[in-house]
Design a protein around this ligand. Sequence first.
Ligand code: SF4
Length: 134
Amino acid sequence: MINLDKIIDLFMFREGTEEDDYSTKPVVTTGSIVWGVLFRFAIIMLVSLSLMHYIDWKFYWWTVFIAIWFFVAYPANRQYEQFYTRMDKFEEETLCGSCKYFSPTGQLCTMYDEHVSKTHIPCDGESWEPKQFS
Ligand code: SF4
């Protein structure tokens, strides 16, 4: 069944609240940003194609690029920067953030394949290993 909230999240590039950032079901991950980009890009393409018979694209082709910039690229980039700022904070404040099994792109523990949060540490700290710094 289609989850309407998820579709709206993808469409809105929902930035998430403090709670969203650190819950075990993060609203924003790099995957959600990529889906948002694809979803919005598809909408622009569908709208452009549906207007093909009414607009002479020879003169207005540039409007598609402007739409892609303002509706897809800029909001996605902004969301991406904010997501990484939040993940930096998460890495500083949590045990999982300093573990080598932590993947910030999905706020995920790669060993247990679960989202982690400030209050949810799947291994209870027993599998923690320090990150390798080069
Ligand atoms: S192994 Fe444990 S400490 Fe490390 S990321 Fe996974 S749950 Fe967190």
